[in-house]
Every structure is written in C-alpha cells, then in structure tokens.
Design a protein around this ligand. Sequence first.
Ligand code: NAP
Length: 282
Amino acid sequence: MLLKGKPAADIIKDQIIDSIKMLGYKGQILPKIVILRVGERPDDIAYEKRVIKNCETVGLLAEIKALAEDVGIEDFLEVLEKLNMDPNTHGILIFRPLPLNLDIKKISVAIKAEKDIDGMSPTNIAKVFAGDINAMAPCTAEAAVELLKHYYPDLAGKRAVIVNRSMVLGKPLSMLLLRENATVTICHSKTENLAGITSQADIVVTGVGRGRFFGPEYFSKDCIVVDAGINFVDGQLCGDVDFEMTEAKVQAITPVPGGLGAVTSMVLLRNVIKGMQLQGVK
Ligand code: NAP
C-alpha cells in the first residue's frame, strides 16, 4: 500500500479551515503567522513560498520578516521579542538551520511557547515528553504519527524503529509513538546491525538524510515504512529509502515526494490554531 500524505493532510486542512471560520464568526481578528528568515538561502525561500501558499489555502495571514545574513543574536532576539508581544502575531516560524553565530538554544528559550508553531521551545518539548496531547510538537514528528494513524488507527503494541535521534524528529517521535502505546527503539549512526533491528520492526521511520540508503534488506515483508528523508540524488528529490526496490516487498510505504511533507505542512498550520487557544484567542 502507498501511504500518500494528501488524504491525511486534507483532513487536517478542513479542520483548520473550520476553526478559522469559527474565529471569523466570533468576530476575532484573522490568525497570522510570521516567518522569521535569516539570509536568502534558496531552499529557505522555496519553503517560504510553500508555507505562504498553504496559508492562503486555509485562510491564514502570513508575513515575512527577513533579516540580514549577518544579523547578531541581540538584534535577532529583539525582533523575536517584538513578535512574542505582538497581539496580531499568533504563530512564529523560524527557519533552520540558522547561521552559527545565532545560538539556537538562546532562541529556543526566547520564543513564546504559545507562538512556537515548530515545537522548538523547551516548554513544548517538555509537554511532548510528558505526553500532553495538546503539546505543539515538532511538526515532522507529529506528522509521522498523524500519517500512520490515518492508515493504521491502532498503533498499540507495534514494534516501531526510528532511525534518527534529532530533536526535530527521532526524540519527539519516540515520545509520540510511546503515547500511542507502540514499543519504540531509536537507532542512529553508531547503532550496530541496523538491518537486523529494522527488519524485526512492524514500523520503521527513516530520517538519516541519505538518499536511497535503505534497500529492501532492511525491512520485513509486513513492515510499514515512513520515509522522512528529503534528499536530492542526481538532481532528483528522493527519500532515504530506495522506493523502487522496496515498494514491492513491504506492506506499506510513503512515497517521496507525496508522503510526509504534505502532512507536515498542515500540522504546522494546525499548531497556529492550537497556539491561539493557548493564547486565549478562542
Ligand atoms: P540530522 O540531525 O542530521 O539527523 C540525522 C540522523 O540520522 C542522526 O540521528 C544520525 O545519527 C542518523 N544517521 C545518519 N547516518 C546514519 C547511518 N548510516 N545509520 C544510522 N543512522 C544514521 O537530520 P534531521 O534534521 O533530523 O533530518 C533528517 C532527515 O529528515 C533529512 O533528510 C531531512 O531533510 C528530513 N526532514 C524531513 C522533514 C519533513 O518534513 N519530511 C522535516 C525535517 C527533516 P547520529 O545522531 O549518530 O549522527
């Protein structure tokens, strides 16, 4: 089975549209996100365009705050604090990676948790680890669970292996899958006998950032594969899994493109609505 992202994303999209309409009926101001971008990296600008288009689709306002490549941490934090305090800004999206001089730890602490739609603040991470269902989790991690549950509503007891231990994917995802009562294993670059571990799993989520790294030998025939990788090989977008070689063997797999990305985009925008409720805008 092909685990396409669009059907799951469309359901979230409709929920967001309904929530925004409801806010409109109650006479509230339109929800707005501000994208904080440093520099002019082409992939940031491409992502920015996608976010703006998605915002338009659901009826969210989007504004760009572009800062110079050499912006200092103090100036960055000043801009961030203004957005934290602005009652007309309901969600803040900071593009990463940031230049090295901008300490991500200071920024993660400074962003107001209720506006942190990308789930980077320690408050939101703590909520994810505490199993709070209202947590604003890092979007790709949440999207992976959302996509899985769309096709497999009951994840209880499933053996899930995540090949990634980053704060944007593997660590929060392990907590979200635990909340669903899956039995979770995290693997990384120092894991020995990776294929031996993944081939025992009911679910494998890959996020190593290496194009077509995983072939069919990594999976059992009953495996559900969620590929979070975004890579370019010979100018072509592909996941971490060799899709052509693997698709016929496994029970289900996400395509890249067409899989997790669409769900991630909608989870990001849903976080604006979640955040507004936390900000008391109902
Ligand atoms: P990252 O911080 O570089 O993490 C990569 C992870 O893969 C690390 O835990 C690393 O292990 C592990 N790894 C690398 N090579 C490995 C190997 N040979 N065997 C086993 N594990 C290995 O990257 P990230 O930011 O989490 O992103 C990972 C991928 O997800 C990228 O392709 C990125 O584009 C994609 N991504 C997708 C979305 C989406 O919306 N679909 C969003 C964000 C990221 P160590 O910890 O030991 O180094």
